[in-house]
Design a protein around this ligand. Structure first.
Ligand SMILES: NC(=O)c1ccc[n+]([C@@H]2O[C@H](COP(=O)([O-])OP(=O)(O)OC[C@H]3O[C@@H](n4cnc5c(N)ncnc54)[C@H](O)[C@@H]3O)[C@@H](O)[C@H]2O)c1
Length: 320
């Protein structure tokens, strides 16, 4: 069986669907409405088209990859006959538990069931399921097609067989795996989010401009992308959800979401996906387009605290 189900056709679901289809899986891409599922596939199509245009992909690979992606709104029908399901719905425990309950009911008993959660407990997701041993975390990174890492997360009830199958899947998708114990934020989000939150507090305190804080980490620490630009790319709403979860779980002040993050999300400035966040993203294009280009991230435009140059004063948002 080579059918793979992706639940959620957002930023991550689209990327996972694309790499799975490129690796030869027949992919069922499910979202809450037919429009969203179709839009997800259309955005993948646009990205693949862009890839051909840039010479990164052959026309025949584009067509074959796209032909393997089937959008759907019917989770039960899409789950029948799959070998693997990966959910990439928003970071809310109850929503994900609901999705897993459906998957357990509708997917074959042999199917591997995975969550792309960044911060929720796999063990909590397993609770109440009849076959928790086949549930694990497969934490992909954004943008999925060019990010080499997948964290394979072992929940309290995850079976060895599921871990072995997860590792096999990761290899088939041409990614590299690290196996981590189920703990808040796993090995990556805990450190990555912390850096982003501290950078936001530095913006609030006027320590340096948005662009200079990013440049400091890019040039001083050789990070490929500064923490604020990365937060814009991930999505500020996603970052906020994760920060809240880590704060709740770890109870440490450094994970308390900064006011600036709460405010930007409340204003709908979610980063690149809405065209503005800590930076303006005037040339924001469907994410799949970005994933096929070189690893150098697409540069955003004006930073939140522009004009560029010296450190800004205390944070004062410009009108969006
Ligand atoms: N954005 C990132 O950089 C990133 C990185 C790694 C992991 N993650 C994790 O991946 C998951 C998804 O994040 P995202 O950024 O892709 O979110 P997103 O908001 O871009 O996409 C979520 C999608 O799920 C759909 N959805 C909501 N309810 C649904 C339902 N009941 N059935 C089917 N689809 C439903 C939404 O309509 C939306 O299209 C989250 O758990 C997040 O923490 C995100």
């Amino acid at each position: 069986m080579t059918d793979l189900l992706v639940v959620g056709a957002g930023t991550m679901g689209r990327g996972i669907a694309q790499v799975a289809a490129a690796a030869g899986y027949t992919v069922h891409l499910v979202d809450a409405t037919a429009e969203l599922a179709d839009a997800g596939r259309a955005r993948i199509a646009a990205g693949l088209h862009d890839g051909v245009h840039r010479g990164k992909l052959s026309e025949s690979d584009r067509a074959a990859t796209l032909a393997r992606i089937h959008p759907s709104v019917d989770l039960a029908a899409a789950a029948a006959g799959i070998a693997v399901a990966i959910e990439a719905v928003p970071e809310r425990l109850e929503l994900k538990r609901e999705v897993f309950a459906h998957l357990e009911r509708d997917a074959p008993a042999s199917a591997l069931l995975a969550s792309n959660t960044s911060s929720l407990s796999i063990t909590e997701l397993q609770r109440g399921l009849r076959s928790p041993e086949r549930v694990l975390g497969l934490h992909f990174f954004n943008p999925v097609p060019v990010s080499p890492l997948v964290e394979v997360v072992r929940g309290a009830d995850t079976g060895e067989h599921a871990i072995a199958r997860g590792l096999e899947l990761v290899a088939r998708l041409s990614k590299q795996a690290v196996v981590v114990k189920d703990s808040p934020g796993f090995a990556t989000s805990r450190l990555g989010v912390l850096l982003g939150l501290e950078a936001m507090r530095m913006v609030e305190e006027g320590v340096a401009s948005v662009a200079d804080i990013d440049r400091a980490m890019e040039l001083g620490y050789r990070h490929p992308m500064g923490p604020l630009r990365l937060s814009d790319l991930v999505g500020l709403d996603v970052r906020l959800d994760i920060a809240r979860e880590l704060y709740r779980k770890l109870g440490r002040e450094q994970f308390r979401p900064p006011a600036i993050l709460e405010r930007l999300v409340a204003e709908g400035r979610l980063g690149r996906k809405t065209g503005a966040g800590f930076y303006d993203w005037p040339d924001a294009v469907p994410e799949p387009a970005a994933v096929l280009e070189a690893r150098t991230p697409r540069r955003g435009g004006r930073a939140l605290d522009a004009p560029p140059g010296g450190p800004s004063g205390p944070f004062s948002p410009e009108p969006a």
